[in-house]
Design a protein around this ligand. Structure first.
Ligand code: HEC
Ligand code: HEC
Length: 318
């Protein structure tokens, strides 16, 4: 009896590990759903589904998978697969006045969009632009004291600079940042649809104005001859107006009214605001800081002719 049992164990034991490959499923008493028909990458297709008999398929012609690289090691990102430039970039040839169709319902901007934008604004924008949009967030406070955080103060959302801006320009500020990083880009933190939600919230609850409006800031183009007219246009297009008034009132910087030829107290002593000083102020804003103001003037990359035009404009404001 014992010998018979030993033989039985030995025979079946050896048979069980004979080492060869088998296409057959292993002996499996209770199947449940463990063994079922399926294709495996390097096996032959037995289902008849694919005419060439291969289970592993090549990508559909003309498609590129996200994250894959091709040719000169260009890795394809989701951004490059964009098809809706208005939705993804806020522009459609130029800064766009309207919201993209992708965020509308039945052609209208739904209330839920601005509702969503409220929380996103409070998380991402309020530290600088303020919880109520007054431009006095906690981080902005540090900048206005000449602190290390920001070189330029953030505008209030109710400033003409933002109320007058078309939706596409506000979108561009979120996506690309402003003036070479004076405001950083929030593209990696804020998904596309949420960017539009934030704009909807700013329009509806902070600015209390229609969603779609404003004025695309006119590109002054290349100016070849210095003129007062060109200076006036540049004052708008180069956003000087958001910090310098022309009626004598103090905003972020000194007013341009009566500036030309006047005496200016600065950290390097008193100077006369002549052509040379104005030019220096525009091209190297940090060279001399007017007493009583923060060093908040951005580097605007003006050409000589633009500087001359702006100087003519400032000189005309007696
Ligand atoms: C870290 C501070 C900071 C945060 C956070 C911030 N901004 Fe700004 N923002 C600025 C500063 C500074 C400027 C002014 C830059 C300049 O004038 O060079 C600015 C300018 C702007 C402008 C004016 C752009 C123009 O073209 O005139 C808009 C619009 C704007 N921000 C919207 C937003 C929105 C929306 C958010 C939230 C997603 C946001 N900002 C978050 C600092 C910030
Ligand atoms: C983000 C705000 C801001 C913008 C935008 C800005 N400035 Fe200024 N600017 C200032 C501040 C603040 C000062 C005073 C501190 C200093 O001297 O740098 C100043 C100073 C000046 C001065 C010297 C004024 C004086 O009283 O002596 C000139 C000239 C000037 N800016 C021209 C311009 C022109 C032209 C533009 C547009 C092309 C412009 N600024 C855009 C903030 C700004």
């Amino acid at each position: 009896m014992r010998a018979a049992l030993a033989t039985f164990v030995l025979v079946f034991g050896l048979a069980g590990c004979r080492g060869g490959d088998s296409e057959e499923p292993p002996v499996h008493l209770i199947h449940n759903m463990d063994v079922q028909e399926k294709g495996k990458a390097y096996r032959k297709d037995t289902s008849g589904l694919f005419a060439d008999g291969r289970v592993m398929r090549a990508p559909v012609e003309g498609t590129v998978a996200t994250g894959s690289s091709f040719g000169n090691n260009v890795v394809v990102t989701l951004d490059q697969l964009n098809t809706d430039a208005h939705f993804e970039d806020g522009v459609d040839g130029k800064d766009n006045m309207t919201f993209p169709a992708a965020v509308k319902v039945g052609g209208e901007i739904p209330d839920t969009l601005a509702d969503r934008g409220r929380s996103r604004y409070q998380i991402y924008c309020s530290p600088c632009h303020g919880a109520t949009g007054d431009g006095k967030g906690t981080v902005a406070g540090l900048a206005l004291d000449g602190g290390p955080r920001l070189t330029v103060p953030p505008p209030a959302m109710t400033d003409e600079r933002v109320t007058g801006a078309v939706a596409g320009r506000i979108y561009a500020a979120i996506k690309n940042g402003v003036n070479n990083g004076n405001m950083p880009s929030y593209a990696s933190q804020i998904p596309v649809e949420d960017r539009w939600a934030i704009i909807a919230y700013i329009r509806r609850d902070i600015q209390k104005q229609p969603y779609e409006g404003g004025e695309a800031i006119k590109d002054t183009g290349v100016i070849t001859v210095a003129s007062l007219e060109a200076g006036k246009a540049l004052y708008k297009s180069k956003i000087c107006f958001s910090c310098h008034s022309i009626d004598g009132s103090k905003i972020v910087g000194p007013s341009f009214k009566g500036l030309y030829g006047s005496k200016q107290p600065t950290d390097k002593g008193e100077v006369v605001a002549d052509d040379a000083y104005l030019k220096e102020s525009m091209l190297q804003p940090a060279a001399k800081i007017v007493t009583g103001y923060p060093p908040a003037m951005p580097q605007l990359g003006l050409t000589d002719i633009e500087v001359q035009s702006l100087t003519l404009f400032i000189a005309s404001l007696k």
